[in-house]
Design a protein around this ligand. Structure first.
Ligand code: GN1
Ligand code: MG
Length: 378
C-alpha cells in the first residue's frame, strides 16, 4: 500500500521528497492519507491525499469541478476580509489535472486527489470543550455566509436527493421488505421506532417545495470533525470535506451540526445511557452559528431550526439501519453490527432530542432575537 501511495503522490505537482505517510481513519466514505514532504527549500510540509469512493461519488470529475469552484470562491472572499482564514486548495497533478487515475488491484479505476493540509490545525470526533463547539457552529455559519451569493446554478449535485428524507424513508421501507441479506429479523424494535417517528420526513422538503425556504449552497455533511480548528487557540480555521457541497437548505447543516457536535458520545458508542444531547454544548453551537448567520435567515428557517435537528438525526439513524439491512454497502464498517450500533446510537439521540423540543426551540428564538440586529455583511 505504501509503495502504491508513493507512486500516486509522485503524480502531483509538489516539489519535495516524501518523508512520511500516515493513514487517517476519520471519515466513513473516502480513504485519506497525510503525507509529509521535505520541500526543496528544506521546510517540512503536509499534504492530504484521498481516494474517492466511487460507489458513493459516481462522477469524480464533476465533484472536483464543484470543489475547485467553491474553494476559489471562498479564498477570494477570505482575502477581502479583515480577519482571514486559511482555505483549502486543490493541488493539481503534474499534467494539470484535478485527479490522478490508476488501475486498482481488482482492475477498477481508482481516483485520487490532493489538498494542502491546514497548518497547526486539529479536528475532533467528540469534544466537550465549549470553545470547540462554539467555534464549530461559527465555522459552519461562516461557511454558509461566505457562499451566500455564490452562483448556485453553476453547482452540480454530487449525490442527488442526498437530504431528501422522505425519499430515503420510502427506500428504507422497501429495503425492509426485500431483506436481501436476512438481517431484518431481530431489528423490529428499531424499524418500529423509525416508523413511529416518521412524521418528520417531509418537514424540510415541503418547505423547499413551497418556496418558503431558499435553496442555497450548503455543506451537507456538517460533522464536527469536518472543521479544522487552531491547535492552540481552538479558533476555527476552515471547513473541510467539500464533496457534498451542493444546493440545499441552510437547515441541513445546522441540524447536522447539532446532531454531531452536541452529542455526549461518539457515533458508535455502545452504551446508550451515555448518548444524549448536551444542553450546554447545544447552546454554544447555536450561539456560534447564529453569531454568523442570524441576519441571513428568514422566518421559516428560524422557526424550523429545531425541526432540522430532528430530521437530520432521524435521517442518519435511518441511513445506518438501511445500510445494515442492505449488507453494509455504503458506510465503511469495522465489524458486522457496526451500522446497527450506529443506528441505535442515533435513534437514542433522536429520542433525547425530541424530549427537549420546547427548550431547544425557545433557546434558538431567544438567541436569534439577540443576534438578528447584527449588520448583514461579510
Ligand atoms: C459520512 O465522510 P464522512 O464520515 O464525513 C456521510 C455523512 C454522514 C456521516 C456520519 C457522503 O460522512 O452523510 O452524516 O458519514 N457522508 C456521505 O458519520 O454519505
Ligand atoms: Mg468527513
Amino acid at each position: 500500500m505504501v509503495e502504491q501511495i508513493k507512486q500516486i503522490v509522485q503524480n502531483f505537482d509538489i516539489d519535495g521528497e516524501i518523508l512520511d505517510i500516515k493513514c487517517n481513519s476519520q471519515g466513513n466514505i473516502n480513504q485519506t492519507f497525510i503525507v509529509t514532504f521535505k520541500m526543496n527549500d528544506g521546510s517540512l510540509k503536509d499534504y492530504v491525499f484521498q481516494k474517492i469512493n466511487t460507489t458513493v461519488f459516481k462522477e469524480p470529475y464533476k465533484l472536483m469541478r464543484n470543489i475547485l469552484n467553491i474553494t476559489d470562491f471562498i479564498s477570494k472572499k477570505e482575502s477581502s476580509l479583515e480577519k482571514k482564514h486559511p482555505s483549502l486548495k486543490v493541488i493539481r497533478t503534474k499534467d494539470n489535472q484535478l485527479l490522478t487515475v490508476i488501475k486498482g488491484a481488482d482492475g477498477e479505476q481508482e481516483y485520487y486527489r490532493s489538498y494542502n493540509a491546514i497548518e497547526n490545525s486539529i479536528s475532533f470526533d467528540v469534544s466537550y470543550d465549549s470553545d470547540v463547539v462554539f467555534n464549530t457552529g461559527k465555522a459552519f455559519g461562516h461557511f454558509q455566509k461566505l457562499l451566500f451569493d455564490y452562483p448556485i446554478e453553476t453547482l452540480e449535485e454530487t449525490i442527488p436527493d442526498f437530504h431528501n428524507t422522505k425519499k430515503r424513508y420510502q427506500e428504507f421501507l422497501n429495503d425492509v421488505k426485500l431483506d436481501v441479506v436476512n438481517r431484518v429479523f431481530g431489528i423490529s424494535k428499531e424499524i418500529e421506532f423509525l416508523k413511529q417517528n416518521s412524521n418528520c420526513v417531509s418537514l424540510i422538503t415541503d418547505l423547499i417545495d413551497s418556496g418558503k425556504i431558499p435553496i442555497k449552497v450548503t455543506h451537507n455533511d456538517a460533522k464536527v470533525n469536518n472543521v479544522m480548528l487552531d491547535r492552540f487557540t481552538k479558533e476555527y480555521l476552515t471547513v473541510i470535506d467539500l464533496d457534498t457541497v451542493m444546493p440545499g437548505s441552510f437547515l441541513y447543516d445546522y441540524g447536522d451540526g447539532i446532531r454531531s457536535a452536541c452529542s455526549r458520545s461518539k457515533e458508535d458508542e455502545l452504551d446508550l445511557s451515555k448518548v444524549s444531547l448536551d444542553n450546554g454544548l447545544f447552546e454554544k453551537y447555536t450561539d456560534g452559528y447564529l453569531s454568523e448567520m442570524a441576519p441571513f435567515l428568514n422566518k421559516y428557517e428560524i422557526s424550523n431550526m429545531y425541526n432540522s435537528i430532528e430530521v437530520i438525526t432521524f435521517e442518519l439513524g435511518l441511513r445506518f439501519l438501511d445500510d445494515y439491512i442492505n449488507g453494509d454497502t455504503y458506510f465503511k464498517t469495522k465489524y458486522k453490527t457496526h451500522n446497527l450500533d450506529r443506528a441505535r446510537n442515533q435513534l437514542k439521540l433522536l429520542y433525547d432530542i425530541k424530549s427537549k423540543k420546547e427548550y431547544i426551540n425557545s433557546y434558538i428564538l431567544k438567541t436569534y432575537e439577540k443576534e438578528k440586529i447584527k449588520v448583514k455583511k461579510w
